[in-house]
Design a protein around this ligand. Structure first.
Ligand SMILES: *Cc1c(COP(=O)(O)O)cnc(C)c1O
Length: 381
């Protein structure tokens, strides 16, 4: 209890002056209102207009991705990214059991199924060793295709996640994926501003996605983006996310089933202002993480640090208790004392709509989920 008291006191000091300390809160210190006004004055508030182009250009500059397609959410971005990368109905997509549910929902939206491979402790991302072990020993090869030995389903993609803004072992994952000729779609929803070897998360694989939901490091109210260096994938993503409309002066031609997944200009205007402050937010979040790291190290509590060669955005700071009991006691204590803390998401294979999926050995994910807690991570502008 004494330990809990000290943690809560430390966090309250960091955020002095606040009644209840939220886990994360968005910050609007830039031109959000001005750009919204400009957008309204332009009358182009919906899917076309300058602000969509401006936000996409800005995202391209920040991430280094040649092509950016903004979308209505991170989930819709992921749905489109999976489809254009070649995920077909009744196939499987390898992903991790520890992630936000949207990762798996997007796979189901393709009428495909996740196949769960474990995470590793250092980054909480997909474990390259277990991935390789699965592909080597638990699959069958037929006519250039790979099938899960246990479910019989074809495997069509690998979907690693950069958890809490920490870059996963993406280079190793891609090396393995290339050997098995599988596309890699990066879920970088939490990793806006996170770099690995100076390259932005989401730009290593064939295609990546970002989210601008209200709880992420920058927000558009709601929204997302597809990022890629592959022109063909980008063109196809733009086409099917905008009702598959073939440009024409006055005829309405839609040449296949499309989706209305675009980001409205109002949201893009808001996003542009947020993105102009991204570096400022990342710097402040890194300062905060440093304070946490020093404090928890001295307390003898495990704190999740960025991996080597990475610049993490430290979207959500994470600590680990010794067991589930201690974690639950801390969650109860901190929340009762006006400090919002949260358990890590329940593992995906435990959710009712994901119960019948293939689950590999996931001992690390089970251990991490039981002991991990997210602590307040918001910054002032
Ligand atoms: C937030 C998030 C998403 C989905 O983003 P939305 O914009 O909320 O649809 C996908 N994957 C992960 C890991 C996320 O954290």
């Amino acid at each position: 209890m004494n330990k809990f008291y000290e943690i809560v006191r430390f966090i309250k000091n960091l955020y002095s002056g606040k009644e209840v300390i939220p886990l994360h809160a968005p910050v609007f210190v830039g031109d959000e209102k001005k750009y919204l006004n400009d957008c309204i004055d332009s009358t182009y508030v919906s899917y076309v207009g300058e602000f969509v182009n401006k936000a996409e250009k800005k995202l391209s500059e920040i991430t280094g991705a040649k092509y950016v397609v903004t979308t209505s959410s991170g989930t819709t971005a992921l749905h489109i990214a999976l489809m254009v990368a070649g995920v077909k109905p009744d196939t499987e997509v390898i992903t991790q059991p520890l992630t936000f549910v949207a990762t798996c929902n997007a796979i189901l939206h393709c009428n495909a199924k996740p196949a769960f491979i474990d995470i590793e402790k250092e980054t909480l991302g997909l474990d390259p060793n277990k991935l390789e072990d699965f592909l080597k020993h638990k699959t069958i090869y037929k006519n250039g295709k790979i099938y899960n030995k246990f479910t019989g389903r074809e495997i069509t993609a690998i979907l690693p996640v950069h958890i809490f803004g920490h870059p996963c072992k993406i280079e190793e994952i891609i090396k393995i994926a290339n050997r098995y000729n599988l596309p890699v779609i990066e879920d970088a929803a939490e990793a806006m501003g996170s770099l690995y070897k100076n390259k932005h998360c989401g730009t290593f694989g064939n295609i990546g996605i970002l989210s601008f939901n209200g709880n992420k490091i920058v927000t558009s109210g709601g929204g997302g983006a597809i990022i890629t260096n592959d022109e063909a994938l980008a063109q196809r993503a733009r086409h099917i996310s905008s009702t598959a409309k073939v440009p024409h002066k006055y005829y309405f031609i839609h040449d296949e089933l499309g989706y209305n997944y675009r980001m409205p200009a109002l949201n893009a205007a808001f996003l542009l202002a947020q993105l102009e402050n991204l570096e400022n937010f990342v710097a402040k979040k890194r300062e905060l993480a440093k304070k946490y790291e020093e404090f928890f190290t001295q307390m003898g509590i495990e704190f999740l640090k960025e991996p080597p060669n990475a610049r993490s955005n430290y979207w959500l700071n994470t600590i680990f208790f010794k067991d589930q009991n201690e974690r639950d006691e801390f969650l109860e204590y901190s929340n009762q004392n006006q400090v919002q803390t949260r358990a890590i998401w329940n593992l995906m294979p435990t959710l009712p709509h994901l119960k019948d999926c293939y689950v590999d050995d996931i001992t690390t994910a089970i251990d991490i989920q039981k002991r991990g807690v997210n602590i307040p991570s918001g910054v002032r502008g």
